[in-house]
Design a protein around this ligand. Sequence first.
Ligand SMILES: Nc1ncnc2c1ncn2[C@@H]1O[C@H](COP(=O)(O)OP(=O)(O)OP(=O)(O)O)[C@@H](O)[C@H]1O
Ligand SMILES: [Mg+2]
Length: 301
Amino acid sequence: MSGEPRRSRSRRAEADADLGPQYRRSPNPDPDQATSAPETAGFTTEAIDAAAREASRRAPAARDDAVLRLVAVSRQYGEGATVVSALRGIDLDVARGELVAVMGASGSGKSTLLSIAGGLTEATSGQVVIDGELLQGMPQKQIAQLRRRSLGFVFQDFNLIPTLTAIENVTLPLELDGFSRRVARRAGREALASVGLDAKHDAFPDDLSGGQQQRVAIARAVVGGRRLILADEPTGALDSVTGEAVMRMLRSRIDEGAAGILVTHEARHAAWADRIVFLRDGRIIDETRREGAESLLAGAR
Ligand SMILES: Nc1ncnc2c1ncn2[C@@H]1O[C@H](COP(=O)(O)OP(=O)(O)OP(=O)(O)O)[C@@H](O)[C@H]1O
Ligand SMILES: [Mg+2]
């Protein structure tokens, strides 16, 4: 594990509040099983973490609307003198029906946060819980399956497969997951239509403009009713009209019950979110809810 400094008790208390009532780090997480429940005053970091892990593991999604939960997540790259702390103690919940915008300067850790939330990068320390399932310790195969079924990713650089057509790029995750070609195609056509690309099903990425490639990537992220959509500057390559249409589509997916994180540099796109989280040097330095965001970003939408 990393050399992260231990979190102070008051920091812990704040994190506990964030965990919500059913996740609060209880001294007795399961009355049937707890044998060595520490007294509140004597909580050790290990006991608290173990209780949180246990609570997270057992928590059925139905009891809680957090689709994604990051608890004290840190990530370091490299080691020794050259170590880079990309994330430092991030606590973040994203609920069903909630879109969280993440803003921050280049290098502040936004893409690292998305990558960890999507199980593509491992946290150096802390916990990542998706739909009540703790990612740490989960076999890679199961993580890959969870990604295919529940997660939609829009990468900063699109990540389309150049040898597949637009519709094949969109339907690949569904087909990998065992859906019939017919069902996958139908879902793929709908997803492409929703980003205005009905006419480009059979085009290869090289024959599409940057904005069109971006829209294929977005269709791939939302196809098949994903529960968690992680979008890294999805509007970066789009003109403002298309960017707005994409935001509207993303918002409607979220309103239908998905959860989402949107990394953006643009205030008018962040204004579509329910919450805006500001990162600096790997830490959340500020957070604004929609009401606050609306006055902060007044007129931007
Ligand atoms: N694979 C890696 N190896 C080493 N360092 C990395 C790696 N990925 C990210 N970093 C470093 O971690 C920090 C956070 O990077 P990250 O890509 O998360 O930032 P970002 O906020 O997404 O920036 P941008 O707005 O430029 O996309 C940076 O200092 C970056 O150099
Ligand atoms: Mg980035």
